[in-house]
Design a protein around this ligand. Structure first.
Ligand code: WT7
Length: 657
């Protein structure tokens, strides 16, 4: 990490907001002052931007930390805030979603139309017996129905659990089981890289009786959107076509008020153990911070902006900055089904040109892969409509930051590098365009109303110029309210480390520069960040050892030029398999196996078949040493190994591969 710090220390470029930006900006320096003066009053003001059926009188209840209640005695309907109220304010004809399918088909859906569609689906769900507190799993491609499904679930006070369409049947099943979902909303398939990628078979598999483990019990119905046109198996009674049930339902539905702390969604994310955590978010505080941050950080002017966040709704970025934030703000946004390079490498830039996108939010991994292809691709399109560029998901290296600003942003567009997590629900650290003088590579400053610190192991502030652990020192409105079904893990994972101080431990390393600006340095735990997606070493290890050929496995995240980190696995195979198969063939089999077990994103970039793994005398695998090997570095201190020879055998094996 020290070379990284030195490198960042040399970054001296600074960029002021472009002329005239501040004058029109939604955010201003005044926000910091107001929040500093009275943080709770500041958040109460932001919350009042929403429509409350019953206004709250209480702002924050932190009497039983770490379990927070925000705006606890208020009542609202999240979907009403994202839909009906804009229609009632006379903006029913404003386009909410400018959807572009991968094959080039398109749909523009207004706020009035989306309100009607969500109302119909809400009626359907209620007709199926789904009510307040019930869980609904959503496993869809990036089509308007995905957004509509989330809002319909929210509208009736139920809880959605969106599962990314790239996850396997196994991952889907464990998420459905953990939440006890009553209904699954899916599609036959969606378009990906020019082909239909099927989804329904994974749902069938997830709900089937496998290995006598018992039929999946909680799911009563599966609603299926026809998108791919691919053939699907059908379970009569259980399965319903969206186009049969939704258009037939009434287009009006009363949005009942629910208490502010009503659970809104569960979203699973990888932790340091093999079992993903169901991060729980609630309504009032979440929507407040989602809308506020989208408004001030992306500088959203709903009447004129065309906003585009490229994230899939299967991730938190898609929840907060595709569905909830922009729709709560009444914005017009692009929704794109496919991959950035299908059918040609300029697809994203073509979309920006076509719709006149003004605010664009994407991940560093995408920027780095465009850099690799070369500037001539984006330069073939008119990107002059862009006025704000955002980055999220992992640290953005200064070179990628500057390329993004120069090539995509015509050397003038402010870049906001936004740090946050599934758990934080919304942005926590970011520059404000029009206010902050930006620094390539630094996420910079806590947002107004958010209190962040960088501390040492004892929780002491590290002081400028030093590195340490990132913590949030005070509760915030969109904070997670727990881990579904596991309050102990919630306390243990995030709050135990600094229990005496009451700090939230984010799991990230960070550094404060001389100006007090924050630079994120990556995870400090066994969580990897691959293309801005969180993966757990333990989860991939347990998938690897679940294969009959594997005796033992260790996984590390190695730095990768494009994806930030890449999954590298070290595997000991059972002798009986090595006798019968080539090591290379088995490595290929195992790569595919991990893809099936978890999903293609978890497939290791490299699998090294080794005879032994480096362990301490107490049997703990020393991943630090494996990371040295995976990144081609000289192996560090091996004195605590039980067998100090192990590393040279592993290295010999790898270099001769
Ligand atoms: C982890 C959270 C936030 C939505 C997407 C990822 C890393 C996220 C940044 C950033 C440096 C970042 C952190 C964090 N991360 N944004 N701007 N700079 N690192 O959500 O899957 O919950 O992952 O992503 O390591 O802990 P997530």
């Amino acid at each position: 990490m020290s070379t990284q710090i030195d490198h960042l220390l040399n970054e001296t470029r600074r960029f002021s907001p472009p002329d005239g930006f501040a004058a029109q900006a939604v955010g201003s320096a005044d926000l910091y002052a107001r929040a500093a003066e009275d943080r709770e009053a500041f958040w109460a003001d932001q919350a009042r931007e929403l429509h409350w059926h019953t206004p709250f009188t209480e702002v924050l209840d932190w009497s039983t930390p770490p379990f927070a209640r925000w705006f606890g005695d208020g009542e609202l309907n999240v979907a009403y805030n994202c839909l009906d109220r804009h229609v009632e304010a006379g903006h029913g004809d404003r386009v909410a979603l400018l959807w572009e399918g991968e094959p080039g088909d398109e749909r523009a859906i207004t706020y009035a139309e989306l309100t009607a569609e969500v109302s119909r689906l809400a009626n359907v769900l209620e007709g199926l017996g789904v009510g307040e507190g019930d869980r609904v799993a959503i496993y869809l491609p990036m089509i308007p129905e995905a957004v509509a499904a989330m809002l319909a679930v929210a509208r009736i006070g139920a809880i959605h659990s969106v599962v990314f369409g790239g996850f396997s049947a196994d991952s889907l099943r464990s998420r459905i089981d953990d939440a006890g979902a009553k209904v699954v909303i899916t599609a036959d398939g969606g378009y990906r890289k020019g082909k239909v990628s099927a989804l329904k078979p994974a749902v069938d598999l997830a709900l089937a009786d496998r290995n006598g483990s018992g039929v999946q019990e909680s799911v009563e119905h599966v609603i299926v959107v026809r998108r791919g046109g691919n053939d699907v198996d059908w379970t009569p009674g259980r399965d319903l076509w969206w186009h049969d049930v939704v258009p037939a339902a009434a287009p009006t539905h009363e949005a009942r008020p629910f208490p502010a702390e009503t659970p809104l969604f569960i979203l699973y994310t990888s932790g340091t153990t093999g079992k993903p955590k169901g991060i729980l978010h609630t309504s009032g505080g979440y929507l407040t911070q989602a809308a506020f941050t989208n408004r001030v950080v992306h500088d959203i002017h709903p009447e004129t902006d065309v906003y585009w966040c490229t994230a899939d709704v299967g991730w938190i970025t898609g929840h907060t900055y595709v569905t909830y934030g922009p729709l709560a703000n009444g914005a017009t946004q692009v929704l794109y089904e496919g991959t950035p390079d299908a059918p040609h490498p300029g697809r994203w830039w073509e979309i920006i040109q076509k719709y006149g996108v003004t605010v664009f939010y994407t991940a560093p991994t995408a920027i780095r892969s465009f850099m690799k292809i070369g500037r001539q691709v984006p330069q073939g399109f008119d990107l002059s409509s862009l006025r704000v560029l955002g980055s999220v998901g992992e640290p953005i290296n200064p070179e990628a930051w500057v390329w993004y600003r120069d090539i995509i942003g015509a050397e003038r567009t402010p870049i906001v590098d936004t740090w946050w997590q599934t758990e934080t629900g919304a942005m926590m650290i970011s520059a404000l365009p029009g206010v902050t003088e930006t620094k390539p590579g630094a996420a910079q400053v806590a947002l107004p109303g958010i209190t962040i610190d960088v501390v040492d192991d004892d929780g002491e502030h590290v002081g400028t110029g030093n590195g340490g652990l990132l913590v949030v020192t005070e509760p915030w409105p969109s904070m997670l309210r727990g881990i579904w079904g596991d309050p102990e893990r919630f306390v243990e994972t995030y709050w135990e480390k600094f229990a005496d101080r009451g700090f939230y431990f984010a799991g990230d390393g960070a550094r404060l520069d001389e100006d007090g600006d924050i630079w994120l340095l990556g995870r400090v735990d066994d969580v990897m960040n691959v293309s801005g997606h969180r993966l757990s070493t333990a989860e991939i290890e347990s998938a690897l050892v679940a294969h009959e050929a594997t005796a033992e496995a260790a996984v590390v995240g190695a730095s990768d030029e494009t994806t930030g980190q890449a999954v590298v696995a070290f595997v000991i195979l059972k002798q009986s398999y090595l006798d019968r198969h080539s090591a290379e063939g088995l490595a290929t089999t195992l790569r595919a196996w991990v893809g099936e077990q978890i999903g293609p994103i978890a497939r290791p970039r490299d699998i090294y078949i080794v005879g032994e793994l480096p362990k301490t005398r107490s049997g703990k695998i020393m991943r630090r040493l494996l990371r040295d090997v995976a990144e081609g570095r000289e192996v560090g201190d091996t004195t605590t190994l039980a067998d100090t020879m192990v590393m040279s055998t592993i290295q010999a094996k790898i270099t001769t591969k």
